[in-house]
Design a protein around this ligand. Structure first.
Ligand SMILES: Cc1ncc(COP(=O)(O)O)c(C=O)c1O
Length: 441
């Protein structure tokens, strides 16, 4: 059935009010969305980026506080209603007879979730561990590989502070050497990033660590080339995909990494407290688990899930999040993010004094996150002004190389909300209220 006719059939059958309706209707909606096509390799994705009939249904899939325009989905994202319903239902079920319900029933269903996540990443389920967040996933590798004093790790100054802290702790504890490479903001030539990493590699280098998307700016880095560089030099590649996985199309094969860690409570919209670790199958025996696992589990990806008693509802509800992702389709989702950003970057970017810390000119460089800079403005104060005056929530970013405002919508963000933001930003730039001026400049 054609997408529009599915939607009109849906609208007729559920009178446009899916989520006030009982659960049976909710699965009707999910099924209908699933029929609409999805991993379609881009076919139709661009044309549907502004199809508000479609996106209205996605907006309704979330129950969020619309009294504040949330443009800080980079920190953590809300889970859609279907995920919350499953999470709450399973938690209540488990609470009846926890050790029976959770361990005899719910826990084994994690295998379905493992397969689902592997199908999104394009790897074997035997290479996917479900963690509590990206920090746990990445630190499993960072702290779990054997390194000797003097061994070197290359990372960048724009990686996530907790990941930098993990390597710094190893430097203090194990005597390894951490090299932080620097690259320009915005990145205008992806090869400059590869060259910066290449220049830092020596005969002692053992690990190359990079973010697929820089959390500060939303800049997408050439991780395929970085992993190829790592292979050339026989280094382990660890890719931080916290802001990439489930945001835009990517696969393990296109990246070619040894280890990949991501949050699932950001772009997958999983329950808050979920993440994923990918480890290439043949490397599993050589990477220790963060918490001690059992003898016999050395080559089993499940050793990374040996964390003691935890909520099975949390990871099992991820299957609903994967369903919504597949229903939307990654090409379509990425196209929507770029469209939502175009609603404000074109107008605001044309004003004097406005520039971008993200290379927004090239879709290969940017997707859901854009970082904007306004001359003479204190971005912390601007963020406060947007919240207090316009009820728009963003985050100010200060880095040794730049500062700006990070703007991150999500699939539930409306065109109207982006236009409100555009208006507010135009007001800020053209009237320059006293309260947002950077007095130190
Ligand atoms: C690039 C990057 N890596 C890792 C993390 C840590 O993610 P989590 O809080 O899920 O552990 C974040 C969080 O924002 C991030 O942006």
């Amino acid at each position: 059935m054609h997408r529009r006719s599915v939607l009109s059939a849906l609208a007729a059958s559920v009178t446009g009010a899916y989520f006030n309706a009982p659960l049976a209707t909710s699965s009707t909606f999910q099924r209908a969305l699933s029929d609409i096509a999805l991993y379609d390799g881009g076919k139709g994705a661009l044309e549907s980026a502004d199809d508000e009939d479609f996106w209205m249904q996605v907006q309704q899939a979330y129950s969020v506080d619309r009294t504040i325009v949330n443009l800080n989905n980079g920190g953590v994202s809300p889970a859609p209603r279907s995920v919350m319903e499953t999470f709450i239902r399973l938690t209540q079920q488990a609470n009846q007879i926890p050790s029976y319900e959770m361990w005899r029933h719910q826990e084994s269903h994690v295998e379905t979730v493992r397969h689902e996540l592997a199908s999104v990443f394009g790897c074997s389920a035997e290479e996917v561990a479900i963690t509590r967040n990206a920090s746990e996933a990445l630190q499993t590798a960072q702290l779990g590989i054997d390194l000797k004093p003097g061994d070197e790790v290359v990372i960048s100054t724009q990686d996530y502070p907790r990941m930098l802290a993990a390597w710094d702790q190893r430097a203090k504890r194990d005597g390894i050497v951490v090299k932080r490479v620097k690259f320009d903001v915005p990145v205008m030539n992806a090869d400059d990033v590869v060259d910066a990493y290449r220049a830092a590699i020596t005969s002692r280098t053992k690990v190359l660590h990079a973010s697929q998307t820089v959390f500060l700016t939303g800049q997408i880095l050439p991780v395929g080339k970085l992993c190829a560089l790592a292979r050339q030099h026989n280094l382990m590649s660890i890719i931080d995909g916290a802001h990439a996985f489930a945001q835009f199309p990517l696969t393990r094969d296109a990246i070619g990494c040894d280890v990949y860690g991501t949050s699932l409570h950001k772009w997958l919209s999983g329950p808050i407290g979920t993440g994923m670790l990918y480890v290439r199958k043949d490397l599993i025996p050589s990477i220790w688990s963060l918490m001690a696992s059992n003898s016999g589990q050395e080559a089993d990806i499940r050793k990374y899930e040996e964390i003691g008693t935890h909520s099975a509802a949390m990871h099992n509800a991820l299957s609903d999040a994967v369903l919504l992702l597949k229903s939307i389709g990654l090409e379509r989702k990425a196209a929507r993010f770029r469209y939502l950003h175009s609603l404000w970057t074109e107008e605001v970017g044309a004003l004097a004094g406005v520039s971008f810390n993200t290379n927004i000119a090239d879709p290969a460089n940017q997707c859901a996150i854009v970082n904007v800079h306004i001359d003479k403005v204190d971005h912390v104060k601007l963020s406060e002004w947007l919240l207090s005056k316009h009820r728009i929530f963003t985050v100010a970013i200060t880095h040794e190389q730049f500062n700006g405002l990070r703007v991150t919508p999500n699939v539930y963000t409306t065109v109207h909300e982006m236009r409100r933001f555009a208006q507010a930003m135009k007001e800020a730039v053209t009237t320059m209220p006293e309260s947002i001026i950077d007095k130190k400049q």
